[in-house]
Design a protein around this ligand. Structure first.
Ligand SMILES: Cc1ncc(COP(=O)(O)O)c(C=O)c1O
Length: 549
C-alpha cells in the first residue's frame, strides 16, 4: 500500500462528528470494540431516558464527556480466539494455550475420569463447602511454585485460591496492612491494589508511590519515611514506628508490567528492605499475573520471576537460585506472591502464596473470598492440566519461542525505524528496548546483582512478551494495522499516563516470525505516511504564511 493510500484510509477513519462531538476513528471503533449495533443505538434510548430520569442524565453526561475526550470504553467485537481472521497481538494468552490441542485433550481426559465425582460448579463458598479438588490444587501449587523451606526459621508458604487475581489483590491490600502501616507502590501498580488500599485501614497519607521501576526513586521514598520524625497526634512518628518495628512497610510491585513489558528490580528492592528495616518489618508483595508461565528458574519453568531470581523460598529464607548465590546471606522479604491463571495459563482465578498466619487471617476477613462461590470445577481441572504441562516441561519451548520472538520484534523494528528515519515523535520503542539508549542511560548500580542472576536493572533488559509502541497517535496506528489484518490495541489515558499513549503489542507463542515481520512493515509504512503528511502540511502552512507577508 502506498503512503498516500495509507494516509487516506487513516484520515478517513480518524474523525467523525456525532451529535456535536468530534469522535475519532469510528471505523476503528467498529473494529476494536464498538459493534455496528452499538454504534447505531442512540446514546440514551427514549425508554431508558424516561425510566431513569435524572440518574440517566447524570450517567449519560459522564459517558458523553468521555466520548468527547475520545476515552469512552467499549467492548470489542465478539471473537473466538484462534478463529479470527486477524493476527492476535492483543490478548494475554501468552503461551497460546487457550487454543492448544494438547491442553484441550488433557483437560477433557481429566474431567471425564470416572473417579472424579463432582465435575460442575463448586456448590458454594469455600467456607461452606471445601471441594477436595480445590484443596489438592492449593497443596500442589504450593510445592510447584515455591522452593522448599531449608530451616526452622524459613516460613512455610501456603496457597489460597481466589476467583480472580483482582479479588486476591483487593483482599490482601484491604485486610493485611494494619492501621499505622506504610505502603510504597510502584506508580504503575495494578488498579486492584489501589482498590484494596482504598478499603483498608491505612490512611491515604501512609500510601506513597515511586517512579516506575526506579531504584533511585524507591530509595528516596524509603529514606523520606525513615527520616519522617514529625510526631503524629495519636502515635509515634513514622520514622520511630518503622525503626522500632511497631509499624510495617509493604512494597507492592508487579514482576512484569502489563502495559510496559518492564520487569521489576525485585532483588534490589528486596535487598533494600532487608538492609534498611533490620527489625524485619519490611515486606515485598509480588504480583506475578503476567510473568506466570513465562519466566522461571532452570528446571522449574513458568514458576514466575520471583522464582527465577531465587526469591521463592518464603519469608526469611536465603535468597538465590544456586548454593553459591545463597551464600550472599541476603534474606527474602517476599511476604506474598500472586499467580493468576487467566493469562498464560488459559484459565481463570488465582493463587496467593503467603504465610499460614496471613492465609488464616484472609479466610477470616477477606470478603471477596468469604462471600462468593468458589471457582467452578472445570476451571480447577483446567488449571491442573495447565500445570501438568508446565511441570512436564511442555510449556518451556513455548515460552522460549515467545521470548525469542519478542527480541526479534524489538531489534527488527528498531532497525527498520532507524533506516526509514522515522522520528520518535511519531512512533518509537521505549528506552528499555533500545540497546544503545539502555547502555548510555545506565548509571553504575550500587545494588548490582551477582552476575549469575539477571534482573530488570541489568543491561540489556530481558525479553518480555509485551512491546509498547509509543506514539501520540495510537488510534490511527492501530486502525492501520487492522486494515492489514493485525489486532493491536491502542492504549490511552486513563489506562496509561497522559503523554504515554501507545499501541500495546502482545506476542504469543502462536505468533510466527512472519507475523512479526508483517507487523514491523505495517508500523513503518504507517509512520512513513504520517511523516509525509506532516511534512506536506508544514510546507503548505509555510507557503501560506510567506504569501501573507
Ligand atoms: C498485574 C495484574 N494483577 C492482577 C490482575 C487481575 O487478575 P485477574 O485477571 O485474574 O483478575 C491483572 C489483570 O489484568 C493484572 O494485570
Amino acid at each position: 500500500m502506498n503512503a498516500g493510500r495509507v494516509l487516506n484510509t487513516v484520515l478517513k477513519q480518524s474523525t467523525r462528528t456525532v451529535r456535536g462531538y468530534a469522535l475519532p476513528l469510528m471505523k476503528t471503533e467498529s473494529n476494536m470494540g464498538t459493534s455496528a449495533s452499538d454504534k447505531d443505538r442512540p446514546m440514551l434510548p427514549l425508554g431508558e431516558s424516561y425510566q431513569l430520569g435524572s440518574l440517566g442524565s447524570k450517567l449519560h453526561a459522564a459517558l458523553a464527556s468521555r466520548e468527547a475526550r475520545s476515552i469512552r470504553r467499549r467492548l470489542p467485537e465478539p471473537s473466538v480466539l484462534g478463529k479470527q481472521s486477524l493476527i492476535d497481538f492483543t490478548s494475554n494468552d501468552y503461551l497460546s494455550l487457550s487454543t492448544s490441542p494438547l491442553l484441550r485433550e488433557r483437560f477433557l481426559q481429566k474431567i471425564t475420569k470416572k473417579e472424579r465425582g463432582q465435575i460442575l460448579g463448586s456448590a458454594g463458598s469455600r467456607l461452606l463447602v471445601n471441594p477436595d479438588a480445590h484443596h489438592r490444587l492449593e497443596r500442589r501449587l504450593e510445592s510447584i511454585l515455591s522452593r522448599p523451606s531449608r530451616n526452622e526459621y524459613d516460613t512455610p508458604q501456603v496457597g489460597i485460591l481466589f476467583n480472580s487475581g483482582f479479588d486476591a489483590n483487593v483482599s490482601f491490600f484491604t485486610c493485611i496492612p494494619q492501621s499505622g502501616d506504610l505502603i510504597i507502590l510502584d506508580e504503575y501498580i495494578h488498579a486492584s491494589v489501589w482498590d484494596g488500599l482504598k478499603a483498608s485501614r491505612v490512611t491515604q497519607d501512609c500510601v506513597k508511590s515511586f517512579q516506575h521501576n526506579s531504584i533511585e526513586s524507591f530509595c528516596a521514598v524509603l529514606e523520606s519515611l525513615l527520616n519522617d520524625t514529625n510526631p503524629s497526634d495519636s502515635s509515634a512518628s513514622v520514622a520511630e514506628r518503622l525503626r522500632s518495628g511497631t509499624s510495617s512497610l509493604f512494597v507492592a510491585v508487579e514482576s512484569l508490567y502489563s502495559m510496559d513489558g518492564t520487569l521489576s528490580p525485585l532483588r534490589e528492592i528486596n535487598r533494600l528492605l532487608a538492609k534498611f528495616l533490620p527489625k524485619r518489618n519490611g515486606y515485598l508483595i509480588v504480583d506475578e499475573a503476567h510473568a506466570t508461565g513465562i519466566y522461571g528458574p532452570p528446571h522449574r519453568p513458568g514458576c514466575g520471576r520471583a522464582s527465577q531470581l531465587g526469591l521463592d523460598g518464603g519469608l526469611g529464607s536465603r535468597v538465590g537460585v544456586s548454593e553459591s548465590d545463597m551464600d550472599n546471606n541476603e534474606e527474602c522479604r517476599v511476604l506474598a506472591r500472586l499467580h493468576t491463571f487467566g493469562k498464560a495459563l488459559a484459565g481463570s482465578g488465582a493463587i496467593l502464596l503467603t504465610t499460614p498466619l496471613l492465609t488464616s487471617y484472609l479466610i477470616n476477613y477477606a470478603r471477596p473470598l468469604i462471600y462468593t462461590t468458589a471457582l467452578a470445577h472445570p476451571n480447577v481441572v483446567l488449571v491442573e492440566a495447565a500445570f501438568d504441562l508446565m511441570v512436564e516441561g511442555k510449556t518451556e519451548q513455548l515460552s522460549t519461542h515467545l521470548l525469542a520472538l519478542s527480541s526479534y520484534l524489538a531489534s527488527l523494528l528498531q532497525s527498520e525505524l532507524e533506516q526509514a528515519r522515522i522520528s520518535p515523535d511519531f512512533v518509537c520503542l521505549p528506552p528499555h528496548l533500545i540497546p544503545s539508549a539502555h547502555a548510555s542511560s545506565s548509571t553504575p548500580n550500587p545494588f548490582a546483582l551477582p552476575s549469575s542472576v539477571s534482573s530488570s536493572s541489568d543491561s540489556p533488559h530481558p525479553s518480555a512478551p509485551i512491546i509498547p509502541l509509543l506514539t501520540p497517535y495510537p488510534r490511527p496506528l492501530s486502525a492501520h494495522l487492522l486494515t492489514l489484518g493485525m489486532n493491536a490495541r491502542p492504549i490511552t489515558w486513563p489506562t496509561v499516563p497522559r503523554g504515554k499513549e501507545r499501541v500495546r503489542v502482545c506476542l504469543h507463542s502462536g505468533n510466527t516470525r512472519k507475523d512479526v515481520e508483517s507487523l514491523v512493515s505495517g508500523v513503518v509504512e504507517w509512520a512513513r505516511a504520517w511523516t509525509e503528511q506532516v511534512k506536506n502540511s508544514l510546507t503548505t502552512e509555510s507557503l501560506q504564511t510567506q504569501s501573507k507577508l
